[in-house]
Design a protein around this ligand. Sequence first.
Ligand code: ADP
Length: 193
Amino acid sequence: MKFRTTLLFGSPGAGKGTQGKILGTIPNFLHCACGDVFRSLKTDSAIGQIFLEYSSRGELVPDETTIELWNDFIHSSTKTHRFHPDNDTLVLDGIPRNAHQAEMLNETLDVKSIFYLRCMKTDNLIERLQRRALKENRLDDANIDVIKARLDTYHRETKPVLDFYGKKLVHRINADQAPVKVLFDILKHLVKV
Ligand code: ADP
């Protein structure tokens, strides 16, 4: 059985987490931010160490590790009745993050729509990331070189995910707007799917 899925797509700092958290409060939607799953790991565990090693360089964690962790998260969410695969829609944020991950998840996900949050002003993005670094104690956003590496990884590895799913599923959303307007634009489409 495939999971009914909506993807939140966009560069680091585009606001996927902000929107995902709100959408996840709506009954029958489960928000899953892959970065949050990684950050919830104990830093002294083997996989926690792998996460720190890659994220501190602005790189992606290897695909096998990522997908295994994600599968564990979904299974435990199902077991604990936080996720009801028959009725719920997954709102994924930060996964799949490259074309290979999209392929690995192809038998698992039934992707119904993709919200592509587009932030045209790179200065805005960098400022949002640096503000978040202070507020949320995120080491990967504290350093400008790591931020630049993350943006580079996004353009090189993550952007091709859009081609994998094809244009028909993609809704382009102006993410330079206030969060409430971004939410409104997402909901306009979401009520139709
Ligand atoms: P942002 O919300 O700024 O895009 P995330 O919190 O999603 O950042 O991710 C932080 C870090 O976690 C990434 O830079 C990467 O190292 C790791 N990570 C998160 N999701 C994935 C994934 N699907 N595949 C590989 N690495 C990931």
